[in-house]
Design a protein around this ligand. Structure first.
Ligand code: ADP
Ligand code: GLC
Length: 487
């Protein structure tokens, strides 16, 4: 099975969220199962700042984008820890930028950038030589790949028999653009209809991918169901339910080489289940020092790590933080970056409760690891969550997740009830409605459990023993690819 993974970000080259974790780890997981896999992604500026052994391939070609023909230069590097090649599509005009997609607003030429990337990825597949079995596309940035394969490359020997799989990581980002950007795609206007590429007058790149792909997947079974109706489908529920015969949900794995408390270089002291308390204490001391405290305090440490956007339930965190920090019952640590408004509100809370609320605004991979190791409890109160990785990392690091019952959080966290505690399946605390009272109640349950040492140690053990490695998800992807190839 020959697979080309096509994504706009991948660890360790460039990352804004979970997509990068998945795209960086999946190639190795598939290779372990006997696939021949390569990854192609844009040559973002970030990729060159990591000291990775990136080399030129000498492959260079022009890519038609509207009336222009910008040049794609292809660089290569191994995906660390796997035998797979990563190809970086370099073009300084499009990708030599400080951030991947823009700052407080998107880059105005994002349509052009990802039309260029999608065409370049397919052209590269052809130049590398075929035949490819599967072109695996991730999110709106690669949504045109299935369309180009079907409309322009159907008879190219390298990809003629290739099947396309479109994986949705988040329905809330669809790559919606001005209808005139259709001209940049080079695709005939006859495809600009509600059945294919058009969405309420705009060009919709994710929809394009979902229409033209041979198979569709998303990152958890529950989310696969949620997106077939409103509001989960974000306007594409009709299309997704019409295509439900080829739609599956596969929970993300985690890269256990990168996220492993026993070997994690970001921690002051490695630990496993047997010495979790000592490991966590050392991590808390390091975290306290980082925030300028003389020593860690004895209260439960409650953490939040994530993008500061509506999806992640920051409003609920802010409300509960205000009440619980005032009562002084827990110590909070928050690491995130995102909307200016949320950043400001969190800064205000941190100023109001010094010594109780620690805040780090920014993107800091090492600190994310340290926080998960130090925390007793990790909050994931999302409005919606296609899969979510933070609750999986939390479990592995012995931090108990408190999550809302949505998307992948339903599939990966087992609420602590008398029954699940008894049968050792409990791994966290789950609440239903998207409101602060629900989060507060679940957090209060977690704090009560925390005060009961034997109970808490049991929960931590259950969580740490979960196997969220890519082993089983990799197999599910392979089965999906085999099914799709045979279709
Ligand atoms: P999403 O992809 O929606 O952002 P996930 O839970 O799937 O959510 O993945 C988030 C990933 O990004 C995790 O690896 C998490 O540790 C990381 N992350 C999010 N915010 C930050 C941050 N401010 N600093 C470091 N890592 C972060
Ligand atoms: C998206 C989702 C998140 C998921 C990640 C990786 O960013 O918001 O839930 O874990 O993609 O699939």
């Amino acid at each position: 099975m020959r697979v080309l993974e096509i994504a706009s970000e991948a660890v360790p080259f460039a990352k804004t969220g979970g997509l990068a974790d998945v795209a960086g780890a999946l190639p190795g997981a598939l290779a372990d199962l006997g696939c021949e896999v390569a990854l192609v992604m844009p040559g973002h500026r970030d990729a060159y700042a990591k000291g990775l052994p990136i080399e030129s391939t000498g492959i260079e070609f022009e890519v038609p984008v509207g009336t222009r023909r910008p040049v794609a230069r292809i660089l290569r590097c191994r995906v660390p820890g796997s035998g797979c090649d990563a190809y970086l599509v370099a073009n300084d005009e499009f990708f030599d930028r400080p951030t991947l997609y823009g700052g407080s607003s998107d880059y105005p030429d994002n349509a052009e950038r990802f039309i260029f990337f999608s065409r370049a990825a397919l052209e590269l597949a052809c130049r590398l030589g075929g035949p490819w079995d599967i072109l695996h596309c991730h999110d709106w940035q690669t949504g045109l790949v299935p369309a180009y394969r079907a409309l322009e490359y159907a008879s190219h020997p390298a990809v003629a028999s290739a099947r396309t799989v479109m994986t949705i990581h988040n329905m809330a980002y669809q790559g919606l653009f001005w209808h005139w950007d259709m001209l940049l795609t080079g695709i005939d206007w006859k495809h600009f209809t509600w059945r294919e590429m058009e969405f309420y007058g705009q060009l919709n790149l994710l929809k394009t991918g979902l229409v033209f792909a041979d198979a569709i997947s998303t990152v958890s079974p529950t989310y696969a169901r949620e997106i077939q109706s409103s509001p989960g489908g974000c306007g594409l529920e009709g299309l997704l339910s019409a295509r439900r015969g080829v739609l599956t949900g596969i929970v993300n794995g985690i890269d256990t080489r990168v996220w492993n408390p026993a070997t994690d270089p970001h921690l002051p002291r490695p630990y496993g289940e047997a010495d979790v308390e000592a490991g966590k204490y050392a991590a808390r001391a390091a975290l306290a020092a980082r925030f300028g405290h003389a020593a860690p305090d004895a209260r439960p440490l409650v953490a939040f790590v994530g993008r500061l956007v509506e999806q992640k339930g920051i409003e609920l965190v802010l409300e509960v933080l205000g009440r619980m920090a005032a009562a002084g019952r827990a110590h909070f640590v928050i690491l995130g970056t995102g909307s200016g408004e949320y950043e400001e509100l969190l800064q205000r809370a941190a100023l109001m409760f010094p010594g109780t609320v620690d805040l780090a605004i920014g993107f800091d991979e090492g600190l994310a690891h340290l926080v998960q190791a130090a925390a007793d409890i990790t909050l994931v109160p999302s409005l919606f969550e296609p899969c979510g990785l933070t609750q999986l990392y939390a479990q592995r690091y012995g931090s108990i997740p408190v999550v809302r019952a949505t998307g992948g959080l339903v599939d990966t966290v087992v609420d602590a009830t008398p029954e699940t505690i008894r049968d050792h399946s409990a791994t966290g605390f789950v609440f239903q409605g998207f409101d602060a009272a629900g989060l507060e109640h679940a957090l209060a349950r977690a704090m009560t459990a925390h005060a009961d040492r034997p109970l808490w140690n049991g929960l931590v053990g259950n969580a740490m023993r979960q196997d969220w490695s890519w082993r089983s998800s990799g197999r599910d992807y392979l089965q999906l690819f085999e099914r799709t190839r045979a279709s």
